[in-house]
Design a protein around this ligand. Structure first.
Ligand code: 5GP
Ligand code: ZN
Length: 134
């Protein structure tokens, strides 16, 4: 879709910090992470909310979702992970292309559902993405 932020990221028209990609899905670091390694996994097929995503596209992106989750766990050594997907503004959705949040959880680091403060620098996020892709 022409004016969709995440479609533009998938097409590389807007820069992003890629973590993983396959035929069906694209995974990249959230620019305002709630925890270290907070990653978004999006289907390459544009759909505003999960209600509109063809089931075969949803099924097609699940291996990438799991691979990305395993990658984060292995590379970051997190103790757990929340996977969340918001639909419509009432549910907290702000970008209208289906996406799953993968939020690593660490013992002793409370998850506040707020962006980390201080926010990681672009250099830190770049280094993290490189570490995850290596
Ligand atoms: P939502 O609130 O729609 O479930 O989540 C949207 C997420 O997209 C937010 O966590 C926000 O930080 C992230 N986000 C918004 N714009 C950009 C962007 O340009 N690049 C990246 N990497 N993440 C973005
Ligand atoms: Zn889109």
């Amino acid at each position: 879709m022409d004016d969709c932020l995440f479609c533009k990221i998938i097409r590389q028209e807007i820069p992003s910090l890629k973590v993983f990609e396959d035929e069906h899905a694209y995974a990249f670091l959230d620019i305002n992470p709630f925890q270290r390694g907070h990653t978004l996994v999006v289907p390459k097929f544009h759909a505003k909310e999960i209600f509109h995503l063809p089931p075969e596209e949803l099924a097609g992106m699940m291996p990438a979702l799991q691979r990305t989750a395993c990658l984060l766990k292995r590379k970051l050594g997190c103790d757990g992970m929340v996977i969340q997907q918001n639909n419509a503004p009432i549910a907290g959705q702000t970008v209208f292309h289906v996406h799953f949040h993968l939020v690593p959880c660490y013992e002793g680091v409370p998850l506040t559902w707020q962006p980390l403060d201080p926010k990681p620098t672009m250099e830190e996020l770049q280094a993290l993405a490189e570490h995850l892709r290596a």
